[in-house]
Structure formats: structure tokens, C-alpha cells
Design a protein around this ligand. Structure first.
Ligand SMILES: NC(=O)c1ccc[n+]([C@@H]2O[C@H](COP(=O)([O-])OP(=O)(O)OC[C@H]3O[C@@H](n4cnc5c(N)ncnc54)[C@H](O)[C@@H]3O)[C@@H](O)[C@H]2O)c1
Ligand SMILES: O=C(O)C(=O)C[C@@H](O)[C@H](O)[C@H](O)COP(=O)(O)O
Ligand SMILES: [Zn+2]
Length: 383
């Protein structure tokens, strides 16, 4: 499978809101992007039932729960809320069970709606709870991190982690709308913001050369969190993700390309203990490893590998693996990757020009070994 995509238009000054549709027929929905959307509350009109359960965490709750509840009550909803502990280690069966207990204790019925107010951890967990509670209730994604706005709130991959692997227990289940209120990013710490940039860079590398070039030219504005640069990055990321998801909702083929760097990255997250590396940091390391392996295979030239690594570093992301990890650590965890088919590892690797990649089991495994050794015996393959 080979994919490459359209280049993106130049960013314009933007303050207004816009909508990106996710075209999935009866499961389709809008992504609203703009400042002030949470409070404005227009999104509440998507919710048909009267009772709503808002789930957030103990960091986001004090910041935005009251605005969310006020918007819902203003729209005539009866609102109950649950505040979960913060952190990747709580994207767990235990907190899923707590969320389902809350839904039952609050007497939420099949017409009720769950609202995920938080980053990717809350979005993934609450989405999974919505998928299984009474065999499925509506849910709304209100992403509050860059990671969640550019990636996790869109596309319906919901899950909790297992100690042996990321997102091992989950479902494909789409929200009824996504509310990306970019003003909520004002309170997000820089390390978390930069983590989200890792997935933004991914879209450029796998399918949107023009977007990658725009990022190279604007990475300073992005890390400085210039509002129009951030709004453009969110919009263009959502357009890329929505297009891939519309083509392949359940990852039969092209959707796997959204996993660039994730086979290595998930191994880093699992081996280091959830939360040690942020998801985007682990994906950045994994992307550098995928670029290294692609170059060793002769599928990309050194200049393209250099550009990928330079952009990741300019976004203040790590590109070397944890010192304590061995090639065997990577291989053990990668053997459980969800893309493994009949025991065969399949990887997303860069191939050809910028913006093109392949999802393939056909690679020289000696090159994989070389990459694993390069990243575990030196601080970085490409200094
Ligand atoms: N479903 C998907 O397609 C998909 C895509 C990408 C990532 N993910 C998953 O998403 C998770 C990572 O998401 P994340 O990076 O958002 O992490 P996160 O949800 O843990 O949020 C990061 C941190 O920022 C805090 N926070 C959130 N919003 C804030 C705000 N506005 N102001 C201040 N602090 C805020 C959180 O409490 C947390 O401490 C991982 O579990 C990853 O696997 C899923
Ligand atoms: O939406 C997708 O498809 C992705 O792969 C997006 C990834 O960024 C995300 O981290 C996703 O949760 C990974 O899914 P998994 O199937 O590898 O667990
Ligand atoms: Zn990811």
C-alpha cells in the first residue's frame, strides 16, 4: 500500500470558527474548531437526550468543568459529572469500571450522552465507556490538549491500556461531534503542547508534503503557540485525519499509516511505564526510528531523514530511545502490536518523496535489527 497526499494551502490569519466534517455516512459528524466554543454552547444542540454525564480529570475539571456544565444546563440538560485521576496510568480497566459504575449510579439510560472533557486519556477512556455502556450511548469529544485536538478526538479509536500493551482493550466507536475550542490550550503546559506536535508532524510525513513544508517554515511560531499557526495546525491535522478515517474507518489498510512511529513508540511507553514518556514524545522517538530504518532500507535518502529529525527536534521532541531499553525489549513488546498479522510484524515506513509512506510486512529484518541496535547502543542514530 503506497499513499501520498495533497499539499496544504498557506495558513491565513484566522480567528473565526470553522467546521471540518468527518464523512462516515450515518456515523459522520462535525469537528468544530475555534476559540470560545465550549462556553458558547452551540455544540449542545447535537445532544438529543435530556441526561448528560460529563467525565473529566482532576487537572481539567477545576479549569473547565463548570463552563461545560453551564453550557449544557443552558441548553436544558440535566448534568452529572465524574472527575477521574490524572495520567496515562489511569487509562485503565479500573477507571473504565469506575466510569461505568458512575453511569449506572447516575441512572444514565440509553438516550443519555457522555461528554469526554479532557485530553486523549479521557477521550479514549470515555469513548470506550460510551461504546459499551448499555451497548452504546452517544458521546461528545471536547478535547483540551493539542494531542486530542489534532488526533485522538477524531476517528473513533477508543481504548484503555493493558499492562502489556497500549490500547489493547477498546472499540471503534465514533463521537456525535468534536468541539476543539483552541482557547482551552492557553492553560496547557509546553511539554504537553509539544507532545501534540508529534502527531502534527506525522500527517506531513505520511501524506501531506505541503503541510510538512509549512511546519518547517512555521515551527518557531508553533512552539511559541502563535494562535493563527496553532489554528492552522489543528485544522490541517483534522482535515488529514478525517480524510484517512473516511476512507478506512476500521483500519483495513490506509488508516494504519496514522500509526507511523507508533510500533516503536508504544514499546517505549509500555517498557518505560505509562506516563514516563508522553505519547507524543514516544511517537517522536518512534518516528525517528522509522525514518532511520527507511533510510537503511534505501527507501528514503539521508536528506529526508534529516528533515524529519530536524523538525521533531525543532518541536522540542526527543529522538533517541530510553537508555535502558534493549533491542529485545523492543521486539518483545512489538510482537503484541495490533498490526501484527499471522505472527508477522507490519510497519509504516517512509518511502520515496516527502509525504509518501508504505504499510508493509516486506522489509529486510536485518535493517530492523540495525535500527534497534543504533537506537539502543548510542544516544541517537543521527546526530
Ligand atoms: N484515539 C486516538 O486516535 C489517539 C490518538 C492519539 C493519542 N491517543 C492517546 O491519547 C493519550 C494522550 O493524550 P494527551 O497527550 O492529550 O494526554 P492526557 O490526556 O494525559 O493530557 C495531558 C496532560 O495535560 C492535562 N491537561 C489536559 N488539558 C489541559 C488543559 N487545557 N490545560 C492544562 N492541562 C491540561 C491533563 O490532565 C494531563 O495531565 C494517549 O493515551 C494516547 O494513546 C489516542
Ligand atoms: O487514529 C488512528 O488510527 C491512529 O493510529 C492514531 C494514533 O495517533 C493513536 O495513537 C492511536 O491511538 C493508535 O492506535 P493503535 O491502534 O496503535 O492503538
Ligand atoms: Zn498517536
Amino acid at each position: 500500500l503506497v499513499v501520498s497526499g495533497p499539499s496544504s494551502a498557506r495558513a491565513e490569519k484566522r480567528t473565526a470558527s470553522l467546521t471540518v466534517p468527518v464523512e462516515l455516512g450515518e456515523r459522520g459528524y462535525p469537528i468544530y474548531i475555534g476559540p470560545g466554543l465550549l462556553e458558547a454552547g452551540a455544540w449542545c444542540s447535537h445532544i438529543s437526550g435530556r441526561r448528560v454525564g460529563v467525565v473529566t480529570n482532576e487537572v481539567v475539571g477545576p479549569l473547565y468543568l463548570s463552563a461545560c456544565v453551564a453550557a449544557l444546563e443552558g441548553a436544558g440538560k440535566e448534568v452529572v459529572s465524574l472527575v477521574l485521576p490524572d495520567g496515562e496510568e489511569h487509562k485503565s480497566m479500573k477507571q473504565l469500571e469506575r466510569t461505568l459504575d458512575f453511569a449506572l449510579e447516575s441512572k444514565l439510560d440509553r438516550a443519555s450522552c457522555l461528554v469526554a472533557l479532557g485530553g486523549g486519556v479521557i477521550g479514549d477512556l470515555v469513548g470506550f465507556a460510551a461504546a459499551v455502556y448499555q451497548r452504546g450511548v452517544d458521546f461528545v469529544q471536547i478535547p483540551t490538549t493539542l494531542m486530542a485536538m489534532v488526533d485522538s478526538s477524531v476517528g473513533g479509536k477508543t481504548a484503555v491500556n493493558h499492562p502489556r500493551g497500549k490500547n489493547m482493550i477498546g472499540a471503534f466507536y465514533q463521537p456525535i461531534c468534536v468541539v476543539a475550542d483552541v482557547s482551552l490550550l492557553d492553560t496547557l503546559p509546553d511539554r504537553e503542547f509539544n507532545s501534540g506536535l508529534s502527531e502534527v508532524i506525522k500527517y506531513g510525513l505520511i501524506r501531506d508534503a505541503g503541510f510538512f513544508e509549512w511546519q518547517e517554515a512555521n515551527v518557531g511560531a508553533l512552539v511559541a503557540r502563535d494562535p493563527s499557526a496553532v489554528a492552522h495546525a489543528v485544522e490541517q491535522s483534522c482535515r488529514n485525519k478525517a480524510a484517512v478515517v473516511a476512507e478506512d474507518e476500521r483500519e483495513a489498510g490506509v488508516r494504519a499509516t496514522l500509526n507511523l512511529g507508533h510500533t516503536f513508540g508504544h514499546a517505549v511507553e509500555t517498557c518505560s511505564g505509562y506516563g514516563t514518556y508522553l505519547h507524543g514524545e514516544a511517537v517522536a522517538i518512534g518516528t525517528a526510528m522509522a525514518a532511520d530504518m527507511s533510510r537503511r532500507l534505501g527507501w528514503i535518502d539521508e536528506a529526508l531523514e534529516r528533515r524529519a529529525v530536524d523538525l521533531l527536534r525543532a518541536a522540542r521532541l526527543p529522538t533517541s530511545a530510553p537508555r535502558k531499553m534493549t533491542p529485545a525489549d523492543f521486539l518483545d513488546i512489538m510482537a503484541h502490536d495490533k498490526k501484527v498479522k499471522d505472527g508477522q510484524l507490519r510497519l509504516i515506513l517512509l518511502k520515496g518523496e516527502l509525504g509518501s509512506c508504505v504499510f508493509t510486512p516486506d522489509f529486510d529484518t536485518a535493517k530492523l535489527q540495525e535500527t534497534l541496535h543504533a537506537f539502543t547502543t548510542t544516544t541517537a542514530a543521527l546526530e
